[in-house]
Design a protein around this ligand. Sequence first.
Ligand SMILES: C[S@@+](CC[C@H](N)C(=O)[O-])C[C@H]1O[C@@H](n2cnc3c(N)ncnc32)[C@H](O)[C@@H]1O
Length: 435
Amino acid sequence: MSQRHRKSRKGGRSQRRRPQRQNDGPPVDLTISALGGRGDAIARLPSGEVVLVPGGAPGDEVRVQLHGKRSGVRRGTLIEITKPSPDRVTPPCPVADTCGGCNWQHVSLQRQRAEKATNAARTLGISVTQIGDPPGKGWRRRARFHLRQVDGQLRGGFMATGTDALVATPACHVLAPPLDTLPARVAAWASPWLEVGEGLAHLGKEGVILRVQGTAKKLPKPPNEETAALLGVVGLEIALEGRKLHWGLREVTLAETADAWPVTVNAGGFSQAGAEANTAIRTAVKTALSTLTNLDGARELFAGSGNLTGLLLDSAPRVTTMEFNAIATERAKRTLGDAGGRLTILTGDASDPGPPPVGKEVWLLDPGRPGAKKTCGQIAEHRPAAVIYVSCAPDTLRRDVAILKTGGYTMKRGWWVDTFPHTPHVEIIALLTLE
Ligand SMILES: C[S@@+](CC[C@H](N)C(=O)[O-])C[C@H]1O[C@@H](n2cnc3c(N)ncnc32)[C@H](O)[C@@H]1O
C-alpha cells in the first residue's frame, strides 16, 4: 500500500528492525502543532527547533524522548500523551498501530483534511478548493500485499511500520470490499504451493483481477473457474520464476471512466488508488478546461493509460499524448483509438515534450512523485497558453511551479483531493496561464 509496503518486494523473510537510537537527554514535554507532509507529527522545542514525532496528533500534549538529528531535523519518540488532542480518535482499524499502511488513523478525518488544505495552499500560494469527499473506509480499489511465512504458515498482509515484519490483515480498513479480505483468502489458497510472494489486485467495473507472483514450493494446478469463484476474481495470473499460469480477464475498466472514454488497467498497472478520488481529480481537470476557450489543441504529458485524455478530447480539436511506458500507451491506443483522427498517442520521454504549440494549446502534465523539472523548463521555453499540472507530490510541485512562474506563468486556480485518507498523501491540481 504505502512505500513501506513495497520495500520488501524481494520477498526475503528477515525482519529488519531500525537500529537502536541514542537518547538525547531526559524526556521533554511538548505540544504537537501540525502534521508533516511525510506523515510524522511536528512539535517545536522552546528554542524553535522542529521535532518530528511519529504517532502524535495536532493539539496533543506529549512527553517525548529526543534522539538527535537526521537530515538536520530532530527526531523524537512519543513516550506518553499527557493531554490528548480533541482531534485524536481511536483508530478504526485494529492493526493501525503496527501496520505501515495508514499513519494518520489516530487523527480525525476532519483534521487530516485541514492539514492537507494548509499544505495545498502553501504549495500553490493561493487559496485552493477541496474537491470530492472520498470516504475514510473502503476507498481503495488497488492493492499490493505481501505473502509470507509466519510461524510456518503462509499469511497475507502489509509491512509493519519501520520493519520488514508482516502484519497479517484479516480485513483491511481502507481496501474496498471484496479486496479488503483478499490477502487472507489468497494466503489460505496459496499456502500448499507458495513459499513467499506478493499479490497485486485491481477492482474494476467487471470485478477483481489478481496477479500472484513469487517463489513456489511446487507448481500449483492451472487456475480455472473454480479457483476464480473461490477467490472472488474475474481474472487470475500466477507468475512463478518464469512460469506463468492464467485464467479469465487480464484487464478491467475503471468504473468512473466507463462511459465516454473508457480506461482499462491490468492487475499491477497504475491507476489512481481510489475511484472517488479519481472522479474528483477528473472534475478539477474538467473545471480547469472549462475556463479555457477556443483551444486549437492539447498536449498531455505523463499520460499513463489515458485516464485524463478523454477530458482533453472533449475540450480541444486535437490531442497528442506522451508516456514512456509502452504497455500503458498500447492499452490507451486499444481503448481510445485515434478519436476520429484527433488523437495521437506517443511512447516517449516527457522530459522532451516535443515541438512548440501550434496556436492556443493547453498542456496537461501528471507526473509521479519526482515531478517534472526538465519538462517544466521546456514548457517555460515553448510557452503554451495554459498549463494544467496534476501532482501527487507537493514538494516537487512547488519546485516546478517556480520554474513555470519564472517562465511567465500566473497561478490562476488550484484544487486539492484527499486521494489517500488516513495518510499524508494529497493530489493537487493547478491551472496556470500566460496572462
Ligand atoms: C502519476 S502517473 C499518471 C498517469 C495518468 N495521467 C493517470 O491519471 O493514470 C504518471 C505516469 O507518468 C509516466 N512517466 C513517468 N516518467 C515519465 C517520463 N519521463 N516520460 C514519460 N512518462 C513518464 C509513468 O509511467 C506513469 O504512467
